[in-house]
Design a protein around this ligand. Structure first.
Ligand SMILES: CC(=O)N[C@H]1[C@@H](OP(=O)(O)OP(=O)(O)OC[C@H]2O[C@@H](n3ccc(=O)[nH]c3=O)[C@H](O)[C@@H]2O)O[C@H](CO)[C@@H](O)[C@@H]1O
Length: 362
């Protein structure tokens, strides 16, 4: 099978695409893949690292407000579509899949217009503009939250879950511990602000960093690549021995297997990982996203008592510290959160999405 995969901007759209590609290769050794992204998105760093053929187009997202930029965006969309048609003509795929982000717009649209079977994968409980637009043209819309189904043509919707859930399964805890130099006898909390980092979480963390030295657990703190230098400068001379700071983690499945608690934004892909693993979490949804969708994502875990949800406006370093202590020192609470999270996981999501692709390709 020849598959064109597109998804871009942030890790939340790219890692599910990568997990799907791994599943395709597992099921079909002769499969050929072409990834279409943008130069500016994180995909231009992540995809070539994996030796996946990668081509780019130039495209920007729509502004929700009326603006002249939108006229330029439409021009780029049309130009992008023409560019993609040439790529598709040369590659001759059996099916095209978009996993979100505005780069998918011209890629999936061009495929549908050329009569190539097309699928989109929506990770969130509330879809973005691009996927709502594309749903009119594609053959199938794969979703991860039942609530998302209502936004799309009913006959096209199929629940698959997020393929990244499959990728984090059955990973050896020791690989993650060794990659970060963790003490295997201590519990570990991972603090991460989404694939691009989050300054408010960095600030809260920095305000209490010295207090971690008294704790019986260890901390892995991921700043986000753009914030790393500022954080490293701010902690000079006061970084406790049990706190490890990283700009970005490239082997997240290994690291997730090695941790006992995660403090994170509520991006849909992180939540798919957390539930597939049964990992207790403290979620601080980003209030800066479309339709406040991260809070809705997080709510589905909180309702099941799988996660504590804290609003960014109400979060402080000391409250964060107290939440971490509560979960890591109370074994009964930790276990009940773990079990509740696991109940929500869809560990076979990659295989389900692969099946949707092969059926569409036929
Ligand atoms: C600002 C924005 O629009 N955010 C969206 C983006 O989130 P964003 O990409 O930030 O967050 P997600 O939680 O969805 O995905 C992050 C992914 O990156 C990985 N990771 C993260 C940090 C790191 O150091 N290493 C690493 O590998 C995580 O394990 C995960 O696989 O896409 C999500 C899925 O559509 C949406 O829910 C989010 O609202």
């Amino acid at each position: 099978m020849k598959v064109v995969v597109s998804g871009g901007g942030t890790g939340g759209h790219i890692y599910p695409a990568l997990s799907l590609i791994n599943e395709i290769k597992k099921q079909d050794r002769d499969a050929e893949i072409l990834y279409i992204g943008t130069e500016k998105g994180l995909e231009s760093e992540i995809i070539p690292r994996e030796n996946i053929p990668f081509q780019t187009i130039h495209i920007t997202g729509f502004k929700r407000k009326l603006s002249f930029d939108n006229v330029k965006t439409i021009m780029r969309f049309l130009k992008g579509t023409t560019q993609v048609k040439k790529m598709l003509n040369a590659f001759q795929p059996d099916v095209v899949i978009g996993t979100g982000g505005y780069v998918c717009g011209p890629v999936v649209y061009a495929a549908a217009k050329m009569g190539i079977p097309a699928v989109i994968h929506e990770q969130n409980s509330v879809p973005g503009l691009t996927n709502k637009f594309l749903s009119r043209y594609v053959d199938r819309v794969a979703i991860c939250f039942e609530e998302a189904g209502g936004f799309f043509p009913q006959e096209k919707v199929i629940f698959t879950g997020n393929p990244r859930a499959s990728e984090v399964q059955n990973v050896d805890r020791r690989a993650g511990q060794q990659s970060l130099g963790l003490d295997p006898l201590k519990k570990t909390v991972l603090i991460v602000g989404g694939s691009r980092g989050a300054r408010p979480i960095n600030d809260a963390f920095l305000s209490v960093i010295e207090k971690f030295s008294e704790k019986p657990y260890q901390v892995v703190y991921v700043t986000g690549s753009v914030h790393y230098d500022a954080v490293a400068e701010a902690i000079k001379g006061k970084q406790p021995d049990n706190v490890i700071i990283k700009p970005f983690i490239h082997n997240m499945p290994d690291v997730l297997a090695a941790v006992d608690l995660i403090v994170a934004r509520a991006g849909a892909t992180t939540l798919a990982e957390v539930t597939a693993l049964g990992l207790p979490s403290i979620l601080i949804p980003s209030p800066y996203v479309t339709n406040n969708h991260q809070e809705k994502n997080a709510r589905s875990l909180a309702e099941n008592e799988a996660a504590l949800v804290r609003k960014e406006q109400e979060m402080s370093g000391s409250a964060l510290l107290e939440d971490i202590d509560t979960i890591l020192t109370d074994e009964t609470k930790w276990r009940s959160m773990r079990d509740a999270a696991k109940e929500l996981g869809v560990p076979d999501a990659a295989e389900r999405l692969y099946r949707v692709l092969t059926e569409a390709a036929r």
